[in-house]
Design a protein around this ligand. Structure first.
Ligand SMILES: C=C(O[C@@H]1C=C(C(=O)O)C=C[C@H]1O)C(=O)O
Ligand SMILES: [Mg+2]
Length: 426
């Protein structure tokens, strides 16, 4: 009997247990989680993959959802998936600023072990309707589909801001008077592409993750018409019990064509004053924020993270948290870091809000898994919003004293090079 049938049987036999929450779990033969998600018609749909193949989950439907980054006590053993946008001032339709979902069904894979998890939660509804909606969902499931490479032909490209407006924005931030009060603002750009055909978000994400295995991969579709996907190298934090790991990831160079060229670029990354400043400002702010919620903080040596088309300066930070520090507190303290916002946070965010010509929504937001034992969030950069035949790619660059508009524009180009390479420009 398949795991799905076993679940159905278990539900048909089930008597209402004590309490308000039940999670049923069945082992599954290995399957492509994105291929399975692609075939389903039920929403919301969520996919999250840890970097370096350390586990993934595909989830559909919702037993419950909340607009707070908090786990209620009566489901303290559950995992919630979701996140929050960049700021509550810039919102996308179909993407609530903060949303965490207790999925109806999850497929989780850890190494070679795959399991089907079904969640029932009847604190705000009744038990029987929980069972019945789950049975209906099981009946609507489709078998996994192949993730064939699509040929996506792009007919139009539009950058917001365009290059001329970008220059003006960079000049405003690098102006001496502005710099007196605000040392860093991360400016960003939306590149809107029109495809001649419908784009499949799961197939595109699959292609993307194959070239960036050392990134966190994600997909959020709260409705059938809007899909937010990406492959991000940036961890906001990993918390296991009271231990926290985070990082300052900022400062960018492209990869070199040869080992020698690549090493030269790495050398620049480690020694260029402007790049070091970009990273140092992130580090300083994270350390200041963490000191409010931690008992102890430590730093690794600064190093380089190499990606498919880019390399970044990265410094890992460890902390031992105060006993009362919650994920809600951590998100508030850390997000958005100066890697995507700027510093001081208040004036940098005010500049972005007043001057950026499009809403960031969940781009540069915090996305991940919330649970009592362990939580992990990534920063939703290197991302795309897909709506029918429209693909919006997002990229930002940290602007500090010494940033050059032309070079920063090139940095944006490097940052969208991987998803662009998966599409065909006409
Ligand atoms: C904002 C983005 O990336 C951030 C900006 C970087 C930079 O300016 O060097 C590097 C990594 C991230 O901190 C993005 O990719 O959209
Ligand atoms: Mg930069």
């Amino acid at each position: 009997m398949s795991a799905f049938n076993a679940l159905k049987h278990a539900l048909l036999e089930l008597k209402q247990p004590e309490g308000v929450f039940l999670s049923l779990s069945f082992s599954l033969p290995s399957l492509s989680l994105l291929g399975w998600l692609k075939a389903q018609t039920h929403y919301p749909q969520i996919y999250l993959s840890d970097k370096d193949d350390q586990g993934e989950v595909a989830a559909i439907g919702q037993a419950w959802h909340t607009d707070q980054a908090e786990i209620p006590n009566d489901i303290h053993k559950a995992r919630l998936y979701g996140g929050m946008g960049f700021s509550s001032h810039s919102i996308w339709p179909n993407f609530p600023h903060c949303q965490f979902v207790l999925p109806r069904l999850e497929i989780r894979r850890q190494g070679r072990i795959t399991k089907l998890v079904c969640n029932l939660y009847w604190a705000t509804s009744d038990f029987v309707s929980q069972v019945n909606t789950t049975l209906a969902l099981l009946d609507s499931l489709n078998p996994a589909e192949a993730l064939a490479k699509q040929s996506i032909l792009i007919s139009q490209r539009q950058d917001t801001p365009n290059k001329q407006d970008w220059r003006k924005l960079v000049e405003q931030v690098t102006d001496d008077d502005f710099q007196q009060l605000t040392a860093k603002v991360v400016l960003s750009r939306r590149t809107q592409l029109t495809s001649l055909t419908q784009v499949d978000q799961c197939a595109l994400l699959h292609q993307w993750q194959m070239v960036n295995p050392n990134c966190f991969q994600f997909l959020f579709s709260f409705s059938p018409d809007s899909h937010f996907i990406g492959c991000t190298p940036e961890r906001l934090y990993l918390r296991s019990g009271a231990r926290l790991t985070t990082e300052s990831l900022a400062g960018t160079m492209p990869r070199g064509a040869t080992t020698e060229a690549d090493e030269k670029l790495s050398y620049i990354l480690l020694h260029d004053q402007k790049i070091k400043r970009e990273n140092q400002l992130v580090l300083d702010d994270i350390l200041a924020q963490l000191s409010k919620v931690s008992l102890d903080i430590g730093l690794d040596k600064i190093g380089i993270l190499k990606l498919n088309q880019l390399q970044h300066l990265k410094q890992r930070i460890h902390a031992y948290l105060k006993p009362d520090a919650s994920d809600h507190d951590l998100l508030n303290a850390l997000h958005p870091t100066p890697a995507v916002g700027g510093t001081p946070r208040k004036s940098a965010l005010a500049f972005i809000e007043q001057n950026e010509p499009y809403p960031r929504g969940w781009y540069a937001g915090a996305i991940g898994i919330l649970s009592q034992q362990q939580s992990q969030f990534a920063v939703a950069i290197r991302s795309a919003l897909i709506q029918h035949n429209q693909i919006a790619l997002f990229a930002g660059a940290g602007i500090v004293k010494g940033s050059d508009p032309e070079l920063e524009w090139q940095e944006l180009e490097h940052k969208i090079a991987t998803p662009l390479s998966l599409l065909q420009l006409n």
